[in-house]
Design a protein around this ligand. Structure first.
Ligand SMILES: O=P(O)(O)OC[C@H]1O[C@H](OP(=O)(O)OP(=O)(O)O)[C@H](O)[C@@H]1O
Ligand code: HPA
Length: 178
């Protein structure tokens, strides 16, 4: 069944690269339509979102810009519940439309924290685009505007997502096997 081992855990194939790319194209088409003429600033949340952001941004056909910030809240397979800013945002976003690009919204603590930080800088609008969303795991009252794929509450790796920093280079997404 193509089981892979990363450190002490086993994972099995879950979402293949073709399905990922199709889902990204659909999300990009919605963003292209919704945000045309607004020159949105995409904000990629490192580390995990770098693969998704690279693929999403190349599907964006409207005038737009991209930048990066870096946050950390996970340890192993669990959220610590504390969101640490490793690298903040340099750009002035006053009166700009920004699109926060995440690989996953799980408990929602990270995106909630980022939205609070960005709101204080008076943007025109904050949209959130996430490759993956786990509705059953959500612990915050937040809206994810553009979701490529909804998944159940299980730990996954690949396509930028890691287990203990390993597995980000996998082309497909794998789920933990009990
Ligand atoms: O909704 P939440 O429960 O907050 O989880 C989502 C966050 O967790 C991951 O980041 P992580 O802290 O693992 O850092 P990484 O991006 O460097 O892997 C992921 O990239 C999101 O930013
Ligand atoms: O399921 C996950 N896998 C990897 N990183 C994550 N960060 C939040 N949820 C996850």
């Amino acid at each position: 069944m193509n089981t892979i081992q990363i450190k002490d855990k086993k994972f099995v194939p879950y979402i293949d690269r073709k399905k990922i790319q199709e889902a990204i194209q659909k999300v990009a088409a919605r963003i292209n339509e919704d945000l045309a003429g607004q020159n949105p600033l995409f904000i990629c949340v490192l580390n995990g979102a770098f693969v998704f952001a690279a693929d999403l941004f190349r599907e964006i056909t409207i005038d737009s810009e991209i930048t990066f910030m870096r946050m950390k809240s996970y340890s192993g397979t669990q959220s610590t519940g504390r969101v640490k800013e490793i690298q903040g945002l340099g750009e002035d976003i006053t009166e700009r439309t920004v699109v926060v690009v995440e690989d996953i919204v799980d408990t929602g603590y990270t995106i909630q924290h980022i939205k609070e930080q960005l709101r204080a800088r008076n943007p025109k609008d904050i949209r959130v685009a996430s490759l993956l969303f786990k509705p059953e795991a959500l612990k915050c009252d937040i809206k994810v505007d553009y979701v490529a794929l909804e998944i159940p509450n299980a730990f996954i790796v690949g396509y930028g997502l890691d287990y203990d920093e390993q597995g980000r280079n996998l082309k497909d997404i794998y789920v933990i096997s009990e």
